[in-house]
Design a binder for this molecule. Structure first.
Ligand SMILES: [Fe+2]
Ligand SMILES: [Fe+2]
Length: 172
């Protein structure tokens, strides 16, 4: 059974994952309208993954005797001044999520809930990947400068494929 403090912390994370999903969906929509289907595709998939993260939290809370709460979300920003700035915000957001996950781990240790602490380890590892992916994209964008977005838009499709291949290697 989850203690109330841990249940609340997990429910706050449900909201953060739901917002992450909405944020990347808004970014995907912006990129699609701006004529960058590769970048939009990457962001749509990212949004789907965040929804899966949200569902993992919901199912875990309910399984452990709590009740997952479905939050109302604030509307994500709809415009970006550049692709580089947008991915800068992706990295910042993922760093924020990493520190949020670490905070919940600390609450679990404090409350001696080692089961939830252990369960959260998947997210700790996932956040290493998430930050690395955003950093890799920003490095590429810095190399390209503000030109050659056309090439980047094609390149980012293979970046997702590499990550997926690496992920299934790790799982298999
Ligand atoms: Fe996430
Ligand atoms: Fe993420």
């Amino acid at each position: 059974m989850l203690n109330k403090k841990i249940e609340d912390a997990l429910n706050e994370q449900v909201e953060k994952e739901a917002f992450s999903s909405a944020l990347y969906l808004a970014m995907a929509s912006w990129a699609e309208v701006k004529g960058m289907p590769g970048i939009a595709g990457w962001l749509y998939k990212q949004s789907d993954e965040e929804r899966i993260h949200m569902l993992k939290f919901i199912r875990y809370i309910n399984e452990r005797g709590g009740q997952a709460l479905i939050p109302a979300l604030k509307q994500p920003k709809k415009d970006y001044t550049s692709v580089k700035k947008m991915f800068g915000e992706v990295l910042k957001h993922e760093q924020f999520i990493s520190s949020s996950i670490n905070d919940i781990v600390a609450v679990c240790i404090d409350g001696k809930d080692f089961t939830t602490q252990h369960w959260l380890q998947w997210f700790v590892n996932e956040q290493i990947e998430e930050e690395a992916n955003a950093t890799r994209i920003l490095d590429k964008l810095n190399l390209l400068g503000d030109n050659n977005l056309y090439l980047f838009d094609r390149d980012i499709v293979s970046l997702r494929a590499e990550t997926t291949a690496k992920g299934s290697e790790a799982e298999g």
